[in-house]
Structures are given as C-alpha cells and as structure tokens.
Design a protein around this ligand. Structure first.
Ligand SMILES: Cc1cc2nc3c(=O)[nH]c(=O)nc-3n(C[C@H](O)[C@H](O)[C@H](O)COP(=O)(O)O)c2cc1C
Length: 344
C-alpha cells in the first residue's frame, strides 16, 4: 500500500502545486448548487471548490464570494459563464479583487477577457471540449485546461472524456490538464492521472453530498437514476444551435422540446430571430435548474446530471466523497503494481 500511496502522491504533485491544495480534485461549478457552503467544504476537506457565477446578479455574486472567504482560507475558484447576462460585471469584479483562480465556461472566452486576466496575478482555467480548442487555448496562454467530455452533467461537448483524454493528455504538456465528465470513483481518477492528468473535476457526485444545498427531492432523483437516464437534449433546427445539456429525463425535458419546436415555428413565421430563439432556450435551462435544485420540482425543473449519476447510491459527506476517491485510487494502484509484482 505504501508504494500505491506514493504513486498517487506523485501523480497528484503537479495539480497540487498548481492549485495549492492537498488533493487536486475540483468540485466543478454547478449553478445554484456551488455556493459558499459546498465550495468552502470541498476546499476545507483538501479539494478545490469552485463557486458558480452562473446567472447571479452582481451584488449577490459579490456577497457569495465574501461568504465563501469567511468559511475557508483554502484556495477555491470562481467559474464565469461567458454567455451569461452578468458575465461582464462578474468579470470586472474578479479582476478588481485579483481573485487567484478564474475558470471560464460557456465556450471560448472573449479575447479581451483573456488579455485582462493575463495582466493580473490570477490564474485562468478554461474548458476544452475538443482537441482543437485545447490547442487554441494553450496558444492563447491559459494557465490550465479542464477537458470535459460528453459524459458530464450540464452543458456538454461532443466528444467523450475517454477520447479527449487520449487525444490531449499525452500532448498538452505545457499546462496542467484536469479531466471532467464521468469520473465517479477513484478507479477512473487514477487512470486519468496515469495518462498525464494533473487532477480531476467532479460535479454530479458533489451535487448529492450532504453539504450540498440541493433540495432533498433533487438528491433522491439522483440516487434513483441509472446512468442511462442522464441524456443529452436534442437539436431540431441548425439555425438554433442547442448546446446539448445532459440531464435526467423528466417532464422538463419534454417541455424543452415543446419550447424548441414552438420557437422554430415562430422563426418560420418571421416573428423571431434565431438569436432570440437561442437566448430563450438558454434562459429556459437557467430557470429550470433553479426550479429543481432549490424548489425541488424534479418533474418540471432541470435535473442536470452526468452519466456518473449511476454511481450515486446515497447521500454522503464531501469528506467521504473525497476519501472514497483517494482510497479507491490507492486500491487500483495497488492492483496494478501487484500485476507487475513490485508490490510491497
Ligand atoms: C447540476 C449541474 C450544474 C452544472 N453547472 C455548471 C456551471 O454552472 N458551470 C460550469 O462550468 N459547469 C457546470 N456543470 C458541469 C460541472 O462543473 C462538471 O464539470 C461536471 O459535472 C463534471 O462531470 P460529472 O457530472 O460527470 O461529474 C454543471 C453540472 C451539473 C451536474
């Protein structure tokens, strides 16, 4: 076991140093869920919490940062969605206070946002849903990548985490790379680390943690769901691109389909532009997530969840989620080292 622990320790080294935490395990930002309590708990337990800027009005956003700073003196990140209405105000604020870690979501961040972050001491992490975007982001000078695959919960890219890992991990040596999407246990975590990842990011498992403020109905829906229940939304008209959202199928998903078809009909009549239709679709999911997470309406709200929801069997604390990941990682390392008979 000693060798396995040492191996995991070595594999964690780069991510640990970059993030300044004991375990380079990120609690991925989840709108409405990743607030002060969950974020600070993840960081206090040695992981790296990420506050979700989401659609938060600026005053609430500032308060949430202050509340989190009151609950932890450990590092955490702030996630900004570049297509969210309050993105600019949120960005101005995090740059004003030179917040140490900024994570851009929602597609390639605007050029000027990258330039402005680079003029500060803040580190910038960006999502790479394809190998092409990963290369561009490295050229643009981001400090780290989060490669997020199709298995993840919430807005998803087109490529599976496994294939992204194969394409990117062996080559992207310039910056630390964290892997997100489908990581539900330490088993997969250690394999991505061995492939060259500096750490992993989990959302779905942390959404159900004891300290998550998500409504009990939301957590129970996750516990009941199988991996196959977490499906991406469909797109019906290329003029209104839908960034697919992976969520547990419910009445809300059907409502989204109806809305989409209705907007397409309005476009046909000339009473709506594709841009307006796209914005309406984005709004639907933002409001829909709140309905499920806060109000507990698991039929009509959005139950964003990754395929790893099939690995969620009970509500456990953040501390247990993290220690399970570590122990499972060590056990898997032990099994591998045993195969080549160098096990002590
Ligand atoms: C309910 C929910 C909400 C999410 N909201 C956001 C968000 O606001 N910003 C973001 O960058 N990612 C968001 N994500 C993605 C997570 O941060 C994380 O990358 C993803 O959940 C990892 O995959 P996993 O679900 O398989 O663990 C969300 C995921 C879930 C499940």
């Amino acid at each position: 076991m000693d060798k396995s622990r040492k191996l995991l320790d070595k594999l964690f080294a780069r991510g640990r140093e970059f993030l300044g935490v004991e375990y380079p395990i990120l609690g991925g930002a989840m709108s409405w869920i990743s607030e002060a309590q969950l974020v600070s708990t993840i960081s206090n337990e040695g992981g790296f919490g990420v506050l979700a800027g989401g659609n938060m009005p600026i005053d609430l956003f500032k308060d949430e940062i202050t509340r989190t700073l009151d609950k932890t003196d450990k590092p955490f990140g702030i996630n900004l969605i570049s297509i969210a209405p309050n993105f600019r105000k949120q960005l101005d604020h995090v740059l004003d206070i030179e917040f140490p870690f900024i994570i851009f979501a929602g597609g390639l961040p605007p050029r000027d946002a990258i330039t402005r972050v680079k003029q500060t001491s803040s580190k910038m992490l960006c999502f790479a849903p394809t190998v092409g975007i990963a290369k561009r982001l490295i050229k643009l000078g981001v400090d780290a990548l989060i490669i997020e695959g199709h298995e993840a919960g919430g807005h998803i890219g087109p490529v599976s985490t496994a294939v992204l890992a194969e394409q990117i991990l062996p080559h992207a040596k310039e910056v630390p790379v964290f892997v997100a999407g489908g990581v539900g246990s330490g088993l997969l975590m250690i394999h991505y680390l061995m492939m060259g990842a500096s750490g992993v990011q989990l959302g779905t498992r942390f959404a159900v943690a004891e300290e998550s403020i998500a409504h009990p109905n939301f957590k129970q829906a996750f516990i009941k769901a199988a991996s196959k229940d977490a499906m991406p939304t469909a797109q019906f008209d290329p003029r209104v691109p839908v960034i697919p959202v992976r969520s547990i199928t419910n009445e809300g998903v059907k409502d989204f389909t109806t809305l989409q078809l209705g907007l397409i009909a309005q476009m046909e009549r000339g009473t709506m532009t594709p841009r307006e239709a796209g914005e309406k679709l984005e709004e639907f999911w933002i409001g829909g997530l709140r309905k499920a997470v806060i109000d507990g309406d698991i039929e009509h709200g959005s139950l964003m969840a990754g395929q790893s929801v099939g690995l969620v069997t009970e509500v456990i604390s953040v501390k247990e989620v993290i220690s399970d990941l570590i122990e499972q990682g060590i056990q898997e390392a032990d099994r591998i080292l045993g195969l080549v008979d160098i096990h002590d």
